[in-house]
Design a binder for this molecule. Structure first.
Ligand code: GTP
Length: 360
């Protein structure tokens, strides 16, 4: 039985202010902490033992997931005193693995939403005899990612992190953040110091002649590192476009958690999710938006592609498009915010104080 390591210790800086109080994998997507979807998908693929490599806000994971038995899993937690980076985090949990030296171990980044066929990745690893196998996906603009060109047999030829010049963009295949490592390769990562698996471990392995195998799987894939992507991913889970056994309810245009209150004439569309205890006022129109637990949206507010933090408050008739409202913040009535605006946790935007200017 293959076991897995989940990397959940990053600071999630791109997702601030949502990650000020909550580590990225614990921010709710489609009504449950995002990590729940990954754990449920791993379980569905037959994984039973998972070690969570924690660092930033490490203390919140175990009280929520416990020993994992509610998900049919056996979970363990290992916390880094100082962040060790992706490779250092993998090495740091090695003592908890039960696999033998030649056995495959799955490793997942904690912020990827994907329909990857996990069993197929393990099968590719075993039939190719690779030291490490990587899930690769194709993207239109690979500049923000790590490029992984492969030969005709899928064998990795190079690792090119965040290429900038056109000459460097030799492929549209990128590292999709899911790997299978031969156990002995994990034990060989240097211990006790920060190591980046993308920048150090993989290039070093390649240089030493190791066999790294890529598997291109072009099913649903999204890196939830930015607010725009997080909101998109949550909506796709609700809509059923992104597969997860952990969505708490039927997939459809909207997901309303049991203790939320929604006015009968409020219009919720595009995979909007309304968290526990949230209150949506009359005539509000909310599209492709995640409203976290305890938040309040007053009458006539118009929200799209936005993330409303826990216990935040959006006043009447306020318009928000592509906006993050931090936990506990208030955006008073009759405001208009757009295009990536972020209201910090507990901040207060007075009524009628912000308008979005358009060229007239
Ligand atoms: P940004 O700060 O917004 O870039 O996000 P991040 O901190 O999550 O970094 P990144 O997206 O590059 O991390 C990829 C994955 O590795 C995520 O699942 C992180 O939680 C995890 N990760 C990154 N650094 C560490 C670390 O030092 N320790 C552990 N345990 N996990 C890490």
């Amino acid at each position: 039985m293959t076991e897995a390591i989940l990397l959940v210790g990053g600071k999630g800086t791109r997702l601030r202010p949502l990650t000020v109080n909550t580590p990225k994998p614990m921010v709710p997507a489609a009504g449950v902490p995002f990590l729940t979807h990954q754990l449920a998908r791993a379980r569905a693929a037959g994984v039973e033992h998972i070690v969570l490599a924690t660092s930033y806000l490490a203390e919140v994971f175990e009280p929520y997931f416990g020993d994992g038995s509610a998900l049919g899993l056996h979970l363990e937690y290992v916390t880094e005193e100082e962040p060790l980076g992706t490779g250092g985090a993998i090495r740091n949990v090695a003592s908890r693995l039960r696999s033998g030296p030649q056995d495959p171990v799955l490793i997942f980044n904690g912020d990827i939403l994907t329909g990857l066929d996990i069993k197929a990745l393990v099968a590719v690893h075993e039939t190719s005899g690779a030291d490490v196998s990587l899930h690769l996906t194709r993207v239109a603009d690979p500049r923000a990612y790590g490029l992984v060109p492969t030969d005709a047999d899928g064998r990795v030829q190079a690792f090119l992190e965040k290429p900038q010049t056109p000459e460097e963009i030799v492929t549209d295949q990128i590292n999709a953040g899911a790997y299978v490592f031969r156990r002995s390769v994990i034990d060989a990562i240097p211990a006790g110091r920060p190591v980046s698996v993308e920048r150090e471990t993989f290039p070093d392995l390649l240089a030493s002649g190791a066999h790294l195998q890529g598997m291109v799987d072009s099913t649903y894939w999204l890196d939830l590192g930015t607010p725009q992507a997080f909101v998109r991913g949550s909506a796709d889970l609700v809509l059923g476009r992104a597969p997860s056994p952990a969505v708490p309810g039927r997939c459809g245009d909207r997901l309303i958690l049991p203790t939320a209150t929604v006015a009968p004439d409020a219009k919720l569309t595009g995979g909007t999710v309304i968290g526990e205890g949230a209150v949506i006022g009359p005539g509000a129109r909310i599209d492709a938006t995640t409203v976290l637990p305890g938040a309040r949206v007053d009458e006539g507010a118009v929200l799209s592609a936005s993330l409303i933090g826990e216990n935040a408050h959006v006043g009447a008739r306020t318009i928000l498009s592509d906006v993050v409202v931090g936990d506990g913040a208030t955006v008073g009535a009759d405001n208009e915010l757009r295009a990536g605006a972020r209201v910090w946790c507990d901040a207060v935007v007075a009524p009628s104080s912000i308008r979005f200017s358009s060229d007239e």
